[in-house]
Design a protein around this ligand. Sequence first.
Ligand code: SF4
Length: 445
Amino acid sequence: MSDETPARPAPRVGLVSLGCPKALVDSERILSRLRAEGYEFSRKYQGADVVIVNTCGFLDSAKAESLAAIGEAMAENGRVIVTGCMGAEPDAILARFPNVLAVTGPQQYEQVVAAVHQAAAPAHDPFLDLVPPQGIRLTPRHYAYLKISEGCSNRCSFCIIPHLRGDLVSRPAAEVLREAEQLVKAGVKELLVISQDTSAYGLDLKYAPSPFHDREVRAKFLDLARELGSLGAWVRLHYVYPYPHVDEVIALMAEGKVLPYLDIPFQHAAPNVLKAMKRPAAQEKTLERIKRWREICPNLAIRSSFIVGFPGESEDDFAFLLDWLKAAELDRVGCFKFEPVAGAAANALPDQVPDEVKAQRHRRLMETQQAISAKLLKRKVGSRQKVIIDAVTATGATGRSAADAPEIDGTVHVAARRPLKVGEIVTVKIERADAYDLHGSVVGY
Ligand code: SF4
């Protein structure tokens, strides 16, 4: 019998990650830290010593989902730490679940990790436990989200993110670039740049430069996009507002440095609704701007989201929005019915729109956009598109073109003569289109 004390098994942590890609990035950071300290992860509640629930508190429906997830984790495991956006309202959580071990707010990584230490002390020497230098990612290996800033300095009247997450805090350019470089070295083929307001990147830092390799890189949207574009991966920009300086980034798209894709949450088009929403860049002439962007980069794909039934939205305002959509010909559109979020200024606005009118406008908008989307996709039949492979199927593969972000946009169904690999980028000849997806065959590897 050996008289060596057997090593204590590593504690296991479970994680439930709800909400947007930004919350997913927070979850990845927490897991990376814990992995570095020797924790193991459990996919089942029963196998976990403690469960972290990363919540979303943006809409009331998201809060309800978060509370349900906490309830499930409490029932199945009973040792639960709550973090994320809803963690900014500890009273609401503790009133329902007084026995949760800890409640921490968004981006409070240190507090989450400290709470995990208390619940289940680390078993390993952190110096012996190697975390891959690119950290732990919850997205498939071939794409990764890259968060360039936290918080938001806008004050949209329907949103409580600035209240939950504070004003804009940008990461220095060199820090973002080092992370991006590690990701690419680890096999990532597509970087998805996210923040609450990507076009405002660096404003808080007064565009201060930071040293990256042999050069100084300014914390500026254009400079960062150019540097990211030189790393050899696809670069996709999310949450950009239509400010004039975005024109310069469109030129990078035309040069092929970053993907010709812009995710711009316009939310509405009627000037008085935009004003009531207090949207950033509400004064910009967006149709002219889009036209100009397409002159610079003809294959630019634009995705956006809209809110219908915002307080005060008249039938005329809504008709304005539909006309605007027909003129703008956006490639991808998401639509939400206005939902009051506890604490948002918009809740106190007069002329709330009845639910049945919201539902009817939602349907009309989606029908209008479906026709636009089908027309735009049909134009692609016969063209050749670069496609990144997401999943291999029995008959070929599914992937995405430059116009499709993962999870929110369409899919390209690909037939191929030889087996394809996830993450591979191939050239596909488009043979058929339906309302949202494309179908084609590989013509180049
Ligand atoms: S830009 Fe507006 S909607 Fe987006 S996070 Fe900031 S305040 Fe909220």
